[in-house]
Design a binder for this molecule. Structure first.
Ligand SMILES: [Zn+2]
Length: 254
């Protein structure tokens, strides 16, 4: 069954997508859906032996840890999104925003939904349901193609992942994430050598921003006070950020 509805300038559609390991659900503008690559979204071309596990921490919930040494530039993990949402919902009909997010989660298979519901919601406002809190607090920015037309939607979407959404933030991360449209997957790769047992972290905001601006964004967007080692020791105007290895810089075309 397909469910769709009209917003002021968009026709948003719930769309099921079969990946290799599970069925994901997307809530997209119809015009964006028509521009997505067709199936199969296979990860088979990206091969890498398992390099991480998720473990419980004392203060940050489940997190990703390296199970072996990982060299700089190595892909640690690639994953299709369980949920993709166009985050700028402009609703103009009788379905509340909470109902939209609940419907989205209800369409997931139970094991996938249960894994997503175990993610941290952050601090919820009274108008925000648990499902929306999970998307807002755990979503990674992914860019999807948009039609060339007036009133086109933004290309920025939010993807929630079963494993990668467990990856915590650091202002001096040891990994970085990259969205790959053809395989419809997000990868995390090592930005420097990572030792076995080390927590794998990425930056949720631009780590080159000044300390106060970074922390303000993290508080506003993810509702936490960053306690990473950089925030703890960084003086105003003094950066101690670890530079990217040259081959990673090259890959990122920095
Ligand atoms: Zn920090």
């Amino acid at each position: 069954m397909s469910l769709d509805f009209r917003a002021r300038t968009q026709k948003l559609i719930f769309h099921d997508v079969e990946f290799d390991k599970f069925r994901g659900i997307m809530l997209l503008d119809e015009s964006v859906l028509n521009l997505l690559p067709t199936k199969p979204f296979s990860l088979s071309q990206i091969s890498h032996p398992t390099a991480f596990e998720t473990c419980m921490t004392t203060n940050k919930g489940l997190a990703m840890f390296a199970t072996r040494d990982i060299v700089a530039g190595e892909i640690i993990h690639s994953e299709n999104p369980a949920v993709v949402v166009y985050p700028f919902l402009i609703l103009n009909f009788d379905m509340t925003q909470s109902n939209v997010y609940r419907t989205l989660f209800d369409r997931l298979d139970s094991p996938i939904r249960d894994q997503l519901l175990a993610l941290n919601t952050g601090e919820l406002s009274t108008a925000c349901c648990v499902e929306e809190g999970i998307v807002r607090n755990n979503g990674f920015a992914i860019m999807l193609p948009i039609p060339v037309m007036d009133h086109a939607p933004e290309s920025l979407h939010s993807g929630v992942f079963l494993d990668i959404s467990r990856c915590n933030h650091s202002c001096n991360p040891n990994a970085f994430h990259e969205w790959d449209l053809p395989s419809f997957s997000l990868s995390i790769s090592a930005r420097r050598h990572i030792r076995a047992g080390e927590e794998i972290t990425v930056a949720y905001v631009d780590p080159d921003l000044p300390r106060d601006e970074r922390r303000e964004k993290l508080k506003y967007m993810y509702n936490f006070d960053c306690e990473c080692e950089i925030c703890a020791v960084e003086d105003k105007g003094r950066r101690v950020y670890c530079p990217l290895p040259s081959r990673v810089r090259q890959k990122l075309e920095i």
